[in-house]
Design a protein around this ligand. Structure first.
Ligand SMILES: [Zn+2]
Ligand SMILES: [Zn+2]
Length: 215
C-alpha cells in the first residue's frame, strides 16, 4: 500500500471500458472526494461510501469523455455533490454528446483553473491543467501526499489517446514535460488500469522531453 499520509484511495472500475472512479478518503475527517463518474458507477459508489463510512464532499471530473461522465448527473444529484471541472470541459459536461448510451448533462458548480486548490480535510490538492488527450483535462496533485489523480493524462508506459477530436500532440508533449517536475515517489492513479509512479514512467517521459515528439 502506498503511503499517502492518511489518504486512502478506493478504485471502482465501471462502464463498458472499465473506467476508474476513485473515492479519495481522508482517514482523519472521514470526508471524501469522488473522482470521475463512469457509466453505471452510481450504485457501486453508494456501496463504497457506505462500506467506508465516509461523507463525500465533491465530484471532480478529470475530463468530459463519455466514459468519465456517464453517471455525472446521477452522482451529482443522488449524492448531492458540487461538480468541479475545468472551464474547457464545461460545455461538454453540461451538453454532452452521447456515448454508447445517451448521457444526461450535469451543471458544473465550480469551474477549475490551473493552480486552483481543492481541500480534503487537512490535505490540499492542486489543480494542474494537463491538456493533450482532452482540452481541459486536469490532474489533482498533492506532491506532499505522493498522489496524482490524472484521468487519462498518464498511464503505465504511455498517455491518453491523441487520435481523437479535441486531442493535441503539442499539448500532450507540454503536459508530459511539466509532469517531469514531480518527484519520483508520486503515485499516479490513471483513468483506466493500475497505478504507476512518476519514477517508473520517467525514462520514456524524458525521451519525449528530449525529442519534442510523442513516442
Ligand atoms: Zn479520455
Ligand atoms: Zn478514459
Amino acid at each position: 500500500m502506498p503511503n499517502h499520509n492518511g489518504l486512502e484511495i478506493v478504485t471502482i472500475p465501471a462502464g463498458p471500458i472499465e473506467t476508474n472512479a476513485f473515492v479519495v478518503i481522508d482517514g482523519a475527517s472521514r470526508k471524501a472526494l469522488v473522482i470521475d463518474a463512469p457509466p453505471d458507477v452510481l450504485t457501486m459508489l453508494q456501496q463504497a461510501i457506505a462500506a467506508h463510512n465516509v461523507t463525500p464532499i465533491a465530484l471532480v471530473i478529470t475530463h468530459a469523455h463519455w466514459d468519465h461522465i456517464g453517471d455525472a448527473a446521477a452522482v451529482r444529484e443522488q449524492l448531492n455533490l458540487p461538480l468541479l471541472a475545468h472551464e474547457r470541459e464545461q460545455r461538454r459536461i453540461e451538453q454532452p454528446a452521447a456515448g454508447p448510451e445517451p448521457i444526461a448533462g450535469a451543471p458544473v458548480d465550480r469551474i477549475l483553473h490551473d493552480g486552483d486548490t481543492v481541500e480534503l480535510g487537512d490535505h490540499t490538492f492542486t489543480v494542474w491543467h494537463t491538456p493533450g488527450h482532452s482540452p481541459g483535462q486536469i490532474s489533482l496533485i498533492s506532491a506532499a501526499d505522493n498522489l496524482m489523480l490524472g484521468g487519462d493524462t498518464l498511464f503505465p508506459n504511455g498517455y491518453g489517446r491523441v487520435d481523437i477530436p479535441g486531442a493535441s500532440d503539442d499539448e500532450t508533449i507540454a503536459t508530459i514535460r511539466r509532469l517531469l517536475n514531480l518527484p519520483d515517489a508520486v503515485v499516479v492513479y490513471p483513468g483506466h488500469g493500475l497505478p504507476t509512479t512518476i519514477g517508473r514512467e520517467r525514462p520514456w517521459m524524458q525521451q519525449v522531453d528530449r525529442t519534442g515528439r510523442l513516442l
